[in-house]
Design a protein around this ligand. Structure first.
Ligand SMILES: [Cu+2]
Length: 125
C-alpha cells in the first residue's frame, strides 16, 4: 500500500470511531421528559421570565443570572432554595415530576420590593 492510502484508511478509521463514540452518548436520564433549558435573569425586583411553563416529566435546567446584586431563587414545591451571586450564572436542575402551578420567589433580601419579587412555575400534565 502506498502512503496516501494508509493515511486515508487511518482517517476513515478515526471518523468511524468518532461516529461510534457519538452514537454511544448516554440517553437522557429519563426517557419520558425532555430537557428544558431556560435562561433567566434576576434583578430588583423581578425574575425574567417570571412565568415558566414546562411539561410534567421534563428535566428542567434553569440558568439564572442575577444582574444588579445577589438574589435568591426559592421554589418550595421542589425543595429548591439557591443563592444567586451577582454576575455568575447559576444552574438549578430538577425534574418537574408533578403537575400544577408552583410559586417561586427571591430568597435573599434585596430591598423594599423583595417581597414582590416572585413568579410561578406551571407544570402541565
Ligand atoms: Cu430579594
Amino acid at each position: 500500500m502506498n502512503r496516501p492510502k494508509i493515511y486515508l484508511l487511518a482517517l476513515a478509521a478515526l471518523v468511524a470511531v468518532a461516529l461510534w463514540a457519538m452514537a454511544q452518548e448516554p440517553a437522557a436520564p429519563s426517557a419520558v421528559g425532555n430537557v428544558r433549558e431556560i435562561q433567566m435573569t434576576a434583578k430588583k425586583y423581578e425574575f425574567n421570565p417570571n412565568v415558566l411553563t414546562v411539561k410534567k416529566g421534563d428535566h428542567v435546567k434553569l440558568i439564572i443570572t442575577a444582574l444588579d446584586r445577589d438574589h435568591g431563587f426559592k421554589l418550595d414545591a421542589f425543595g429548591i432554595n439557591q443563592k444567586l451571586k451577582k454576575g455568575d450564572p447559576t444552574t438549578i436542575e430538577f425534574t418537574a415530576d408533578k403537575g400544577g402551578t408552583f410559586p417561586f420567589q427571591c430568597s435573599e433580601f434585596c430591598g423594599f420590593g423583595h417581597g414582590k419579587m416572585k413568579g410561578k412555575l406551571i407544570v402541565e400534565e
